[in-house]
Every structure is written in structure tokens, then in C-alpha cells.
Design a protein around this ligand. Sequence first.
Ligand SMILES: [Zn+2]
Length: 375
Amino acid sequence: MKLCKRCVNPDTRPNIFFNEEGLCPVCQFELQKEKAGIDWEARDRELKEIIEWARENTKSSYDCIVAVSGGKDSTRLACYARDDLGLNPLLVSCLYPPEQMTERGAHNLSNLIELGFDTIAISPDPITWKTMMRQSFFLHANWCRSTEMALYAIPIHAAIAYKIPLVFLGENPAWTIGERHGRLDGDASKMRYCHTLQGGDPTPLMTKDISKKDLHFYTYPPEEDVEHAKIRIIYLGYYIRDWSGYNNAQFSIERGLETRNERPEEIGDLWGFTGLDEDFRIVNQMIKYFKFGFGHVTDQVCEAINSGMMDREEGLELVKKYDGRCDERFIKRFCDYLEISEEEFWEVVDRVVNRELFERDEKGRWRLKEDAIEA
Ligand SMILES: [Zn+2]
């Protein structure tokens, strides 16, 4: 596994391409930015045009939809749309089932709503939800496959249903982590083709207990429906000058966001302000780490290096120490929730562990090989 020469982005990330100098796309953008700067005035003009278009084309009292979970990015986006852009946003949220959602997650969504927003929250049927999650886990060792489909499809369904033409999402992942599935600007119309959504069709995850009718909110509305409803999907983060996970967290904490208090070695997360609304993401990041050799700490370190908060050496240390870490209690809770045994859990995980990068230690646990990383 090769790491980017400037940050620590690995070449095992899906949909990533390094240049001849061994730089990841994020660093190539960063260097371009240093050289030429970003034409923020052009971005401002572009956003202004989008907003005017939305105001003219909405058939609703709302100018736009902001897809929210109640976390740091969505709190920032909702406030930005209302307070900086002067829009009248409708917030749309897909709720995790009560069995999965943390108290903290419920608090954070309430906190966001209490900042003064109209909000629609859709709760998909928890039984289908769990069945689809189990299927995603057994087929792909990635339980989020199905749930992310619902998370991303629901705001688009709401936009069509309520005749609101503009949908704001957070950041273009091409810029922050280098996973590219569409254009490099604020346009998010190709979101459905990202690695997790796979075109937005949940039918490969169906079981005999599930019919197509159960999957309305998991199914990304077809391209012709989105076009017919003249919907534009935009990464608002692209237009915000100080947009970053870290800055968004500071902004949201000041406005009541509750963060995690677990240690990085328990959650594979340096700062504890990502994925606050449920805990199984920690398990998924561990599995991702076994599959590709990197987890959430790599993403955090890349962002920190690019924003000048951290140098590469320090970042590399943190990645080695904390990436992919997940306390056993989260695995146990995950198995209890999915109603599977821990043996079944490890059977699935063992199947996808990258043997070129990982070996078993004396206790039989997976660890990164000494020479796995070419830093
Ligand atoms: Zn890089």
C-alpha cells in the first residue's frame, strides 16, 4: 500500500488516482490552490446564480432542502443556508431506528431543530432496515450499503414530493478525501454513482422477506424523475470558505452539538465529533481498515495536514496508532443488534481481510504487517 507523498492518503482507496509524482488528487488540488489560489468571487457568483434560480423555480414556500443528520456538517449547512444566504430551508432527515440511534444523536437532531428550523424526519420501517443491514453486512461486509442509500435518497424524494428544486449536501468527497464519482465542483448530481450508493438501486440487497414496495425510500429517484422535477443537487461545502470537518465541529459545538467522550483507541477517531448519532459506524471503519488498510483516522489526518494543523510525520504516527481501532463492546452491540453471533461476525470479516496487508498476531487478531505501508 502506497501513501501519498504529501499527505497520508492511501492508493487502496476506491476510485482514487495518484499522479506520477505520487501525489493523491487532494494534494494535487491543494498545490494548484497554493499556486493559483481559489477564485472565491467566481464561486460566490456561481452560488448566487444557483440561489436565484432556486427562488424563481421553487413551487413551495421553501427555497431549498438541506439534508441533515444533526451532526457537525449538517448544523453548519442549515445555519449557513438560512443565516448567510438568507434562504428559507426545509431540513430533511432520515432517522435511524430507536434501537440504533444514540441518545447523543437524538439530542443533536433536537438541538438543530431548536435552532429554529422546519424539519421533516422520515423513519424507515426498523424491521426492513435491519434485514437490509444484515444483508449488506453478509454480502459486502459493509452494513451501511443499504442505510446510506436511504440517507441519500430521502432528501431527493422530499424535493420531488414538495416541489423544492434545490437540495444541499455537504462536501464533495473528491476534494476532501480524493474519492471521485463526478465533477470536481459543487455539482452533486452524480452522487448516486459513489462507491457506497452504486447507482442507488437497493434491489441486489433484497431478501425473500422484502418486496420492492418496501424499498421506496432506499431507491434513489430515477434520473428522468430528477430531471423532470428540475432538481439541482449541490455540495454547499464547496462554496464555503472555511468549510472543514474541524471548523464545522467548532461552529456546531458553540451552538449545542454534543460530541463523543470516548478515547481514540476505542473509536478509531481522533476528535470524536464524527458519526455521533449511532455507534456501528465505528465497527464499519474497522472493517474498512481490514479491507483497504485505512480507516477514519486517515481521513482526519489528511484533512489536518492539508489545513496546516499537522505535519505528515505526526499524522503518520496517529494513523499507525489509532486507525481502525474499535472497542470490543461496539462489536458486541453490533452483533446483538443484527442478531448474529460474534463467530458469524468474524467469519464475514475474515473473508474480506486483505491478506497482503494484514497478518494474525499471537492472539489471533488481525494486525497490519510491518512492511504493509510504503510511506
Ligand atoms: Zn495527498
